[in-house]
Design a protein around this ligand. Sequence first.
Ligand code: TYD
Length: 133
Amino acid sequence: MKEPKIINLPKILDKRGNLSFFEYPNQLPFEIARTYWIYDVPGGEVRGSHAFKEQQEFIVALSGSFDIILNNGENELKFSLNRSYEGLYIPEMYWRSLENFSTNSLALIVSDRSYDSDDYIRDFEQFKKLKNG
Ligand code: TYD
């Protein structure tokens, strides 16, 4: 079974400034079809709060910090992202919320699918039913 996990990214230290990257298949377990980012989040706001039927994601805090709360239908897992050289891999079928955004935080999200509103599960009870069969 696929599990969420923190993926450490290469960090090329340089006195001119550091550089990190990810690519498939060396760091990422999927090929990227789409990239988006979340920024200018007002204090206290929560993004996400849904699951995807098929889409997988990888999320990096390029700037600032935020928490990602994952729910597998039974348990909750919390990941705090605050480094630009690591990210969280989230398989399909995890309920996920992004919260506790710091000022000027920037969340970079890559996924293996183009945007498809039909891939969203927005009702938590429906998610639990689908997840637990
Ligand atoms: P949504 O996925 O609900 O945001 P979040 O999960 O961060 O709370 O998307 C918000 C809106 O943006 C929704 O109307 C769909 C649109 N959208 C796109 O058109 N393309 C995309 O790639 C994404 C992620 C969202």
